[in-house]
Design a binder for this molecule. Structure first.
Ligand SMILES: COc1cccc(COC(=O)c2cn[nH]c2)c1
Length: 239
């Protein structure tokens, strides 16, 4: 997979090469290009933004800078991703979709956003996704790109040590992950639930499922709404 990021703060993307991703890059599973948007400016001040038509606070990033940058970085097989508070939710399901792509390009917006014509024009040539990683406003898209790239990269074969760990992911079965424990058996007078040491894997799986359902019901009842009815067996329903 080829990942390209266009940003006015290329140094912000340095962590991409660290840790998990560093290994994936070394193994040749992912190649990452970071591009400074200012390389496409023509003026001495390297201006990338201007005042908004219609007035209002803040600045808008210029189409006549973004357009040429995306023309150079995107190919016709690119999936262009624009992190924005106004985007569709980025979810584990979307991460799995992105993990199938050959080329992801991320456009990091700042200020009040990017001139809408940049996305409207790009849609004429490539698939464009305006995505949100949460209902809050960051200063720029760079942090969102780090989050999205990490969520996607860990799904690529060979990137994670233990490939089975995806199956146990939170959201994998549409529910939140329940609690986990490891040694010591007693810590600050707190004990590990007995069932986990019973060796009875049918009971352990049932206990873990109950914990996931209870936690999801308590913290994210919305996730239960969107599950198909057959996701719950008769034991679940008795909860
Ligand atoms: C493209 O236009 C803008 C404008 C303002 C901030 C940003 C950065 O993204 C976020 O703030 C965000 C992404 N998901 N949740 C919050 C982009």
């Amino acid at each position: 997979m080829q990942i390209d990021v266009v940003t006015i703060f290329p140094e912000y993307l340095a962590p991409l090469r660290a840790a998990l991703l560093g290994k994936a890059i070394d193994k040749g599973l992912i190649s990452v290009g970071v591009h400074d948007l200012r390389d496409w400016t023509q003026d001495v001040h390297k201006a990338v933004d201007d005042s908004p038509y219609g007035g209002g606070p803040g600045m808008v990033m210029k189409a006549d800078i973004w357009g040429p940058a995306l023309d150079d970085v995107c190919t016709d097989e690119t999936r262009l991703i624009v992190p924005t508070p106004a985007g569709r939710p980025f979810t584990q399901a979307v991460a799995h979709e992105y993990a199938e792509e050959a080329h992801l390009v991320f456009a990091c917006g700042r200020y009040e956003g990017i001139d809408q014509r940049v996305v409207d024009d790009a849609r004429r040539r490539v698939r464009v996704n305006e995505v949100s990683i949460g209902d809050y406003v960051l200063v720029g898209g760079e942090v969102a790109v780090l989050a999205i790239v990490e969520a996607v990269a860990r799904l690529l074969p060979g990137v994670l040590g233990n490939p089975k760990s995806h199956a146990e992911d939170s959201f994998q079965d549409g529910l939140l992950e329940g609690p986990s424990y490891t040694r010591p058996l007693v810590w600050r007078d707190l004990e590990v639930p007995d069932v986990l040491r019973s060796g009875n894997h049918r009971l352990i799986d049932r206990w873990r499922r109950d914990q996931s359902l209870a936690r999801t019901f308590e913290r994210r009842p919305d996730l239960l709404e969107s599950l198909p009815a057959d996701a719950f067996d008769k034991h679940d329903r008795a909860l």
